[in-house]
Structures are given as C-alpha cells and as structure tokens.
Design a protein around this ligand. Structure first.
Ligand SMILES: C[S@@+](CC[C@H](N)C(=O)[O-])C[C@H]1O[C@@H](n2cnc3c(N)ncnc32)[C@H](O)[C@@H]1O
Length: 172
C-alpha cells in the first residue's frame, strides 16, 4: 500500500514537473537562471541607470529586475508565465524591500505592451527571439536598449557584444 502511494506521488511530481517545463517551452524558454555575474554584465553593458524602465521578458525568479533596481536604480517590470517563479520573484521583491520600484506581471510577454520600456532584457531561445524581435520592432521607441543573453536577435546587428559571456546589446 505504502509503495503504491509513494509511486503515485513520484509519478504526480514527474508529470507536474514535465508539464511545467513543456508549458514554458511552448510559450518560450523554460526556466534557466542567468548567473548573477552575467546579470550584472548585462546591466552594465546596457548602462542601466535610475532613469530607466527595464522590462525582463520571462523574469524567472526575478534576479534581473531585482538587481536592476537594487544596484542600478532602475524601475523594473518582470513578465513571467510560470506561477511558481512568479511567486518566488514576488517574495524576492519583498525581501529586498523593492515594492516601490519593482513589479512582476503574471502572463505571456507577447500580450504585454512594452512601449514605455527604455531597456528590455531577455534570455529566451533562437527561434522565439525572431517573434520577440518583431514585437520589439513594432513597440519600442527609438533608442531603447535590448540586451539578450545567449541568443542573438536574428537580422539585427548588435552595437556591443561580450563574446565571453554571450551577451548582445542592441539599440532600436
Ligand atoms: C531562460 S529563463 C530566464 C529567466 C530570467 N530572465 C533570468 O535571466 O534568470 C526563461 C523564463 O521565461 C519564462 N517564459 C517563457 N516564455 C514566456 C512567455 N511567453 N511569457 C512569459 N514568460 C515566459 C519561463 O517561464 C522562464 O522563467
């Protein structure tokens, strides 16, 4: 009896985990956190400051939006589809006492208007980045910086590249 319950519990955990990964994979990249050192490099290369409104597309556990506000003074907005990461990031925002500067929107970033962004950060995938690129081209103001980790925005030429850390900076 105990064996059955244990096996069932493990199966439920596996199915839930795979569903999470698959859901994020269909919408965009699954959750893989950017190492904090690279987050700092992304924010430095984009010259984020207190004048900026930064959007992180798929904000995961909130590490980019938290650092952008805490260390660089920006107002930051994360958009995250995964409820667990969303909860986690909201907890981090409270823990760092950043509720007046940082918020997270629950949902699909394709449905969020980005016109007031001055900086957009992303860590998605090569294919999904093509769709994101078209959205950015439609919505962002000229001069907005876009900083992408690991994947390029096909067809756009980066103004700065950090090859060692796979960071690409674009200006609209
Ligand atoms: C590779 S992780 C990056 C997380 C975070 N930006 C970082 O750099 O640590 C990608 C995140 O995007 C989220 N995501 C994928 N597609 C999405 C979509 N269409 N709308 C909102 N979030 C999405 C995933 O749930 C995941 O947390």
């Amino acid at each position: 009896m105990v064996d059955w319950v244990l096996i069932l519990a493990i199966e439920i955990c596996i199915v839930t985990f795979v569903t999470w990964i698959a859901w994020s994979g269909v919408m965009g990249a699954p959750w893989l956190p950017t190492p904090k050192k690279r987050v700092r490099s992304m924010l430095e290369i984009a010259q984020v400051s207190s004048d900026d409104i930064l959007y992180d597309l798929g904000s995961g556990d909130g590490r980019i939006i938290v650092m952008a506000s805490k260390e660089f003074g920006a107002t930051s907005i994360g958009i995250e589809v995964d409820p667990l990461r969303l909860l986690w990031s909201r907890f981090a925002i409270r823990r760092h006492k950043l509720r007046n500067k940082v918020r997270v929107i629950r949902g699909n970033f394709f449905n969020v208007n980005l016109t007031n962004a001055t900086v957009v950060s992303l860590y998605q995938g090569y294919i999904i980045n093509k769709k994101i690129r078209d959205k950015l081209a439609k919505e962002l103001k000229p001069g907005t910086r876009v900083v992408s980790y690991r994947f390029i925005l096909d067809g756009w030429t980066p103004v700065k590249t950090n090859e060692d850390e796979s960071i690409y900076l674009y200006i609209v």
